[in-house]
Design a protein around this ligand. Structure first.
Ligand SMILES: Nc1nc2c(ncn2[C@@H]2O[C@H](COP(=O)(O)OP(=O)(O)OP(=O)(O)O)[C@@H](O)[C@H]2O)c(=O)[nH]1
Ligand SMILES: [Mg+2]
Length: 220
């Protein structure tokens, strides 16, 4: 037996992967932070949003995709990202990445949680330029009830989304394979979810090239 790495179930077209690599190696800048809906930028280009529980690794994954260490602010303390943060990709501008506040953060003050929930839900439901939401799931924990809530909302609003496993470096390959199969099975039952999931590690760079391709594919 030769030691050939297992291809991703979907196997992104190498040309798309290369185009995505080039796009993400090009100009990317922080545009603005929106603490409320009235501060959103104009709907002039497509957007891809990063959603998921607090501390799941949304901001870290944006940094990994863009090959920058601190474009998006990360922290060990849940609740680091408190606003919708917009990043402009390409010059001329082609699309935006949106880093969102996390949900399911038990220790946060109640009214703050409520504010974030409204902001995240209103944005996800009402943004016509939103081409896809990436719903990040910690590969150590799998899909939790709070994740199902946001997936239910996206299904109901018919917002296309894709499930992305994060922190894959933190578990063994066998455990990852197991959680990956279970997560994909659940994603396939959901009307607005992409049937394939992507396993990533911002720390090790795993899955990052594929996720870039998935973003480019989503913006069309
Ligand atoms: N080992 C490992 N740690 C990671 C990975 N991605 C993120 N982390 C760590 O997880 C913590 C949270 O990461 P963030 O990117 O800030 O998470 P977030 O989802 O943006 O969190 P909020 O903004 O609070 O919602 C940080 O300490 C990161 O260094 C990964 O792939 N591997
Ligand atoms: Mg964050």
């Amino acid at each position: 037996m030769t030691d050939v790495p297992t291809p991703a179930p979907e196997g992104f077209d190498p040309e798309l992967v290369e185009a995505a690599r080039k796009t993400f190696a090009g100009p990317i800048t922080f545009l603005k932070s929106a603490p409320a809906l009235q501060h959103l930028p104009p709907m002039d280009v497509p957007e891809v949003a990063f959603a998921g529980r607090s501390n799941v690794g949304k901001s870290s994954l944006i940094n990994a995709l863009t090959n920058r260490n601190s474009l998006a602010r990360t922290s060990n303390t849940p609740g680091r990202t408190q606003e919708l943060n917009f990043f402009d990709v390409g010059e001329p501008l082609r699309f935006r990445l949106v880093d969102m506040p996390g949900y399911g953060f038990a220790e946060a003050p109640k009214d703050l949680v409520k504010k974030w929930r409204f902001l995240v839900n209103d944005y996800l439901r009402g943004r016509t330029v939103l081409k896809r939401a990436l719903v990040l799931i910690d590969s150590r924990h799998g899909i939790k009830p709070v994740d199902r809530e946001i997936m239910d909302m996206l299904d109901a609003a018919a917002v296309s989304y894709r499930v992305v496993l994060t922190k894959a470096d933190k578990i063994k390959a066998s455990a990852l394979a197991e959680v990956s199969a279970k997560t994909a099975e659940e994603a396939r039952k959901r009307p607005a979810a992409h049937p394939d999931i992507i396993e990533t590690s911002s720390e090790k760079g795993m899955g990052v090239a594929d996720l870039r391709a998935a973003v480019l594919e989503a913006i069309g």
